[in-house]
Design a protein around this ligand. Structure first.
Ligand code: BTN
Length: 273
């Protein structure tokens, strides 16, 4: 199946689809949709509105968390960044990553008919214990004011092979289900699913309204994890998230800690999850 991401293809899939996406900015190729969104958001002349989606067929400099590259070839994935301008405290913005993770999980389950998609805290989406989607959230803010939040999402859709260094832990919708799913259909379903969770989030500006659903999808829940934070490293059992998105871990010595995302790495004891 030939599946092109074009502006008109996505526009038509969004028609009559109530959702978060209000405007589309499409590129055949760009360095990174997160970079593009941030560049345009900072350029006041462009008046980029809340709910703008930046999407491309190919990224030449796709970025992952912790300074990693994100391989983004043409034809195989969804490389997109949602720009929001929420009237919330900058300290709450990182929770939007978890909102996006829930939306993507719902969407992959819906379009594939599989109900096995899980979240590896805070924001990796895994299917059959392999990563199918990553999320990178960035923000422009000063003092108590958010100028923009950019939620960058990479979903491996029709990918058939990965580089050696990630082959054992990365996968795609096609590799796991044998189904070729139209990428524009996924984008449209994401628009609706994200809005549903976002509206719940905005009421309280925390995750209290969605944390039970998040915890149900959390692959780390009840499992032993290794937490690596700078020079510190320890093991414990992950319990679930708090209403502000920290991972609650009971350490081997019985004490309980709340871990913030950021530069912390949480892994299974013997594998990626
Ligand atoms: C991760 O798991 O490390 C996060 C990966 C995020 C990748 C997406 S693809 C669209 C957007 N543009 C980027 O450069 N990165 C994000």
């Amino acid at each position: 199946m030939r599946d092109l991401i074009t502006e008109s293809e996505i526009e038509s899939s969004l028609i009559d689809q109530p959702g978060i996406i209000q405007k589309l900015v499409y590129f055949e190729e760009t360095d990174s949709t997160n970079n593009e969104a941030k560049r345009q958001a900072r350029n006041d002349d462009k008046h980029i509105p809340d709910g703008t989606l930046f999407i491309t067929e190919r990224q030449t400099g796709g970025r992952g968390r912790r300074g990693r590259n994100w391989d983004s070839p043409a034809g195989s994935g969804i490389w997109m960044s949602l720009l929001l301008r929420p009237a919330i405290s900058p300290s709450s913005a990182s929770m939007l990553t978890l909102i996006a993770a829930m939306a993507v999980t719902d969407v992959i389950d819906k379009v594939t008919g599989v109900t096995g998609c899980r979240i590896k805290w805070p924001n990796d989406i895994v299917l059959n214990k392999k990563k199918i989607c990553g999320i990178l959230t960035e923000m422009g803010a000063e003092a108590d004011l958010i100028h923009y939040v950019v939620i960058g999402i990479g979903i491996n859709v029709n990918t058939t092979e990965f580089d050696d260094d990630i082959r054992d832990k990365a996968t795609s919708i096609y590799m796991e289900t044998g189904k070729h799913v139209k990428r524009s259909e996924i984008v449209a379903a994401f628009s609706t699913a994200f809005l549903k969770y976002y509206e719940v989030f905005l009421k309280t500006q925390d995750l209290s309204g969605v944390m039970d659903s998040y915890n149900e999808r959390l692959i780390n829940a009840g499992r032993e994890v290794r937490v690596i934070s700078g020079d510190e490293e320890y093991t414990g059992v992950a319990e679930g998230i708090s209403k502000t998105g920290e991972l609650l871990v009971t350490k081997d010595d019985g004490s309980r800690v709340a871990i913030c995302a950021g530069e912390v790495s949480v892994r299974g004891l013997y594998s990626y999850v």
